[in-house]
Design a binder for this molecule. Sequence first.
Ligand SMILES: CC(C)(COP(=O)(O)OP(=O)(O)OC[C@H]1O[C@@H](n2cnc3c(N)ncnc32)[C@H](O)[C@@H]1OP(=O)(O)O)[C@@H](O)C(=O)NCCC(=O)NCCS
Length: 243
Amino acid sequence: MVLGNGKLIKDKHGNMELEDYNMKLLGKDRLREVIDLQQHVYDNLPNKEVLYMDSYEDMLSDMESGAKIIGVLNSKNRIIAYRYIAFPGVNKRNLGYDISLDEDQLNKVVHLETTVVDPKYRGNSLQSLTLEAAQGLSKKEGYNHFMCTVSPYNFFSLYNIMKNGLKIKALKKKYGTDEEEGLWRFILHSDLNKKSLNPIDLVISKWANLDMQKELIDQGYIGYEIIKDTKQLNYVKFDDAAI
Ligand SMILES: CC(C)(COP(=O)(O)OP(=O)(O)OC[C@H]1O[C@@H](n2cnc3c(N)ncnc32)[C@H](O)[C@@H]1OP(=O)(O)O)[C@@H](O)C(=O)NCCC(=O)NCCS
């Protein structure tokens, strides 16, 4: 299924070449290439903490239970970016548990799992474009809660995710064997069916001040938007504190 196509700029800060791309759902037959791209992106990351690597086996079994991979292919049909989305249902990995989402809503949760863009193709908004495609696909299938984790040290990803309407609802260590281990992650959420709420307070936090943000979240504030230039986060409290 083709989800989109157009032109993008390869090597935006170097030779700059215009190239055709198309976006489509990938089958299991291309999973090895997906894993290779993930490895390439990981190897090029200055801070490895920002990307939790998915294994071939885990992704394969997840695809067999309905997870999807939206791929972006260049003019030579090479995968240059992908977004992996999963539908965790009542499985304990559902991020809804981390924000105390009502039990009857867990089956409506979509996980925006990993996204990677080949460094040569960055700056074409592929993270946002694949997110829009994921939202369109999932909405059609009756899902309305979008959730993901983002490392507090991954400014680019946090900015893109919040720009697309997800709000910070929790900050905790994830992907470890217990609460003490693991990697710091914001947990973000948006509910397409939720009407706008009534804000009653606003507090500004520096992007890197995790202690302050954790305290604000504990007091019922939601990380509402991030300002690109100042790298400040606006935390807002609503009169309806419920998610
Ligand atoms: C996060 C990520 C997917 C964003 O890629 P993208 O969609 O191409 O980013 P954007 O198009 O929004 O980029 C906006 C600007 O930020 C820059 N940028 C994006 N990611 C960057 C990065 N990791 N390092 C430095 N600059 C980056 C782009 O070059 C662009 O700048 P420009 O307009 O001057 O060219 C990509 O950086 C990436 O693959 N990171 C590693 C994996 C990761 O962290 N995934 C998210 C968690 S699963």
